[in-house]
Design a protein around this ligand. Structure first.
Ligand SMILES: Cc1cc2nc3c(=O)[nH]c(=O)nc-3n(C[C@H](O)[C@H](O)[C@H](O)COP(=O)(O)OP(=O)(O)OC[C@H]3O[C@@H](n4cnc5c(N)ncnc54)[C@H](O)[C@@H]3O)c2cc1C
Length: 466
C-alpha cells in the first residue's frame, strides 16, 4: 500500500489533540522516533505523543481515515523495535505516566507510558509490588501484554496473572474496559496476546506485600565461566526445591568493568545467578544457606535492599541506544546437551554486553493452565534469551552472527516457541509456535475486535478466516 501524506493533514490533527504531533520537519523528530534498540532506524510519517485517552482515540480515527498504518509505543523497549514503523502513525504513550496506588485494596492503576521503575516507585513505598520483569526501564504496556516474566513470577505468577482490568481503545475508536466480567474474551486475549487487539490506555494490577515493607534480599552470585556446567546442573536440581519466595535467573556474561564489581573481576567471563528473596527476613539465613555454601563463587553480592534497587540494578549497564540482536526459546529443562552448547558460546561471548539468560517460569506462574490466559507456556521451565549487544554499530554483524549461531545450535534442545516479547521479526511460524494451542482462539478474538488487522505492527495474530 502506497500512502501519500502532507504536513497540512497533520496540522489538522495537531488542532484536535492535546499532545504533540511530531513530523519529520520537527526538530524533535529524531529523538521521538528513536527506540531502545539502537539497531532500529525507522522513519514514521508522524508521531502523536498522546496526552490522554481522547488523543489515542483521535489518533486511531485519523490514521484509519488517512489509511496510515498504526504503530504503538509504550516504553520503546521492544526487541524488534515494533513501537515505531516506516511511514506509520506512531501512537506514542510515553507522556502518559501517572500511577494511582490503593494500599488498602492492594491495587495500582497505571498509565500506558509508565516504565516499571515508575510503578515500583509508587508501590514499594507501601511495601508492595506487582510482578513485572528484571529491569526498571522496560515499559509496562509491552511487557504486560506479552506476559511479563520477573522476580516475583515464582511466588505470584506472571504480570498478566495479576492484571485486573485494562481500558482499551479498539480499532473503531471505541473505548472498552476488559476484565473477568467485562469483555472477558478480550481480557483473556490481552493477557499475552500483545498489542493485537487495541491500544491499552490504563492497566489495573493486583499488588502483593513483599519482603519487610519492600526491603528484599537479593543480588548476583558469580562463578568463573569454567564452573558453568557444574553451576547449571546444581541450579536445575536446586530450583524446584526452593521456596517460591526465592527466585533466581541464570546468565552467562562478562563481568562489567564498573563498580560495584571489584576491579580484579572486570572483563572476566562468568556464569551468574541473580537472586531475589521476598519472604520474611527471619527465615532468610536458612533459605539462602544452600546458595551461600555452593561451589567457589567469585563474588557473593547478596544484600538487603529495597526491591526498587534490585529492579533498577541493571539499568545503568544497559542504557538506551545500544545495538541489540535477539533470539529466544522456551526450555522445559537445562539438559546436559544444552549445557555443552552454552559453554561453547559462553566462551565466545562477542562483546562485554552480550549475554544469555534463562528465566524460570515455574511455581505460581506454572500453576495457571495453558488455556487460562493467552500466554501459553506454563510447563514449569524457562524463558531463554540470547542477546548480542554492543554500543558500536560496526559490531552489529558480529553480535548478530554469534546470536544466530548460538540459537541455531541450542534450538533443538528447546520446548519450541519463545516468549513473544523476545522475538524480533521472525515470521508467522514462530508466532504460532509461541501461542501453541491458544493461537486459534486468539485469531477468533482478533476477528471480533480487529477484523481488518489494523493493529498489525506487532507479533501479529491474523484475524480468523481472513
Ligand atoms: C533491556 C530489556 C530487558 C527486558 N527484561 C524483561 C524482563 O525482565 N521480563 C520481561 O517479561 N520482558 C523483558 N523485556 C522484554 C520486554 O517485555 C519487551 O521488550 C516489551 O515489548 C517492552 O515493552 P515496551 O512498552 O517498553 O515496548 P514498546 O516497544 O513501546 O512496545 C512494544 C509493543 O507492545 C505493544 N504496545 C505497547 N504499548 C501498547 C499499548 N499501550 N497498547 C497496546 N499495545 C501496546 C505494541 O505492539 C508495541 O509494538 C526486556 C526488554 C529489554 C530491552
Amino acid at each position: 500500500m502506497t500512502v501519500t501524506y502532507s504536513n497540512t493533514m497533520f496540522e489538522e490533527l495537531a488542532q484536535t489533540v492535546r499532545g504533540d504531533v511530531i513530523t519529520a520537519a520537527d526538530p524533535r523528530y529524531d529523538e521521538a522516533r528513536a527506540v531502545y534498540n539502537g539497531m532500529i532506524n525507522k522513519r514514521p510519517a508522524v508521531i502523536v505523543r498522546c496526552a490522554d485517552t481522547a488523543d489515542v482515540v483521535d489518533a486511531v480515527r485519523f490514521a484509519r481515515a488517512h489509511q496510515l498504518e498504526i504503530a504503538v509505543r509504550g516504553g520503546g523497549h521492544n526487541a524488534g523495535g515494533l513501537g515505531v514503523w516506516n511511514d506509520a502513525l506512531v501512537v506514542d504513550m510515553s507522556a502518559m505516566r501517572s500511577t494511582t496506588v490503593d494500599p488498602d485494596a492492594h491495587t495500582v492503576r497505571v498509565d500506558p507510558g509508565c516504565t516499571w521503575g515508575d510503578v515500583d516507585h509508587a508501590t514499594v513505598a507501601f511495601g508492595m509490588a506487582t510482578p513485572s520483569g528484571f529491569i526498571a526501564s522496560t515499559g509496562v504496556a509491552g511487557l504486560t501484554l506479552g506476559g511479563g516474566i520477573g522476580y516475583l513470577a515464582r511466588r505470584f505468577g506472571l504480570t498478566v496473572d495479576n492484571l485486573l482490568s485494562a481500558d482499551v481503545v479498539l480499532a473503531d475508536g471505541q473505548l472498552v474496559t476488559a476484565s473477568e466480567s467485562s469483555h472477558p474474551d478480550l481480557f483473556w486475549a490481552l493477557r499475552g496476546g500483545g498489542g493485537n487487539f487495541g491500544i491499552v490506555t490504563s492497566f489495573t494490577f493486583r499488588c502483593h506485600d513483599i519482603g519487610e515493607h519492600g526491603m528484599i534480599i537479593g543480588g548476583p552470585v558469580l562463578y568463573d565461566l569454567a564452573d558453568a556446567p557444574e553451576v547449571m546442573r546444581w541450579y536445575r536440581e536446586l530450583l524446584p526445591s526452593l521456596p517460591e519466595e526465592l527466585n533466581g535467573w541464570i546468565a552467562l556474561l562478562t563481568i562489567p568493568p564498573a563498580p560495584p564489581f571489584p576491579e580484579e573481576l572486570w572483563g572476566r567471563k562468568a556464569c551468574g545467578i541473580v537472586w531475589c528473596y521476598t519472604g520474611p527476613h527471619a527465615q532468610a539465613e536458612q533459605v539462602l544457606a544452600p546458595i551461600k555454601s555452593f561451589g567457589n563463587p567469585l563474588l557473593v553480592g547478596l544484600h538487603e535492599m529495597p526491591f526498587t534497587a534490585l529492579q533498577g540494578a541493571f539499568d545503568p549497564l544497559y542504557p538506551a541506544g545500544l545495538q541489540w540482536y535477539w533470539r529466544a526459546d522456551f526450555f522445559n529443562e537445562i539438559s546436559d546437551a544444552a549445557i555443552d552448547v552454552h559453554m561453547k558460546y559462553g566462551e565466545m561471548l562477542p562483546t562485554g554486553h552480550s549475554t544469555m539468560h534463562l528465566y524460570p517460569i515455574d511455581g505460581a506462574a506454572s500453576r495457571v493452565p495453558e488455556q487460562g490466559t493467552a500466554f501459553a507456556y506454563r510447563d514449569g521451565g524457562f524463558a531463554g534469551v540470547i542477546v548480542g549487544v554492543d554500543p558500536d554499530p560496526a559490531n552489529a554483524a558480529a553480535i548478530s552472527d554469534w546470536t544466530r549461531d548460538y540459537w541455531t545450535e541450542l534450538h533443538p534442545h528447546s520446548a519450541g516457541g519463545a516468549y513473544i516479547n523476545f522475538l524480533m521479526e521472525e515470521g508467522q511460524d514462530r508466532v504460532r509456535a509461541s501461542y501453541r494451542s491458544n493461537y486459534d482462539r486468539l485469531a477468533q478474538v482478533k476477528r471480533r475486535y480487529d477484523p481488518d488487522n489494523v493493529f498489525h505492527i506487532n507479533q501479529n495474530i491474523r484475524p480468523a478466516g481472513g
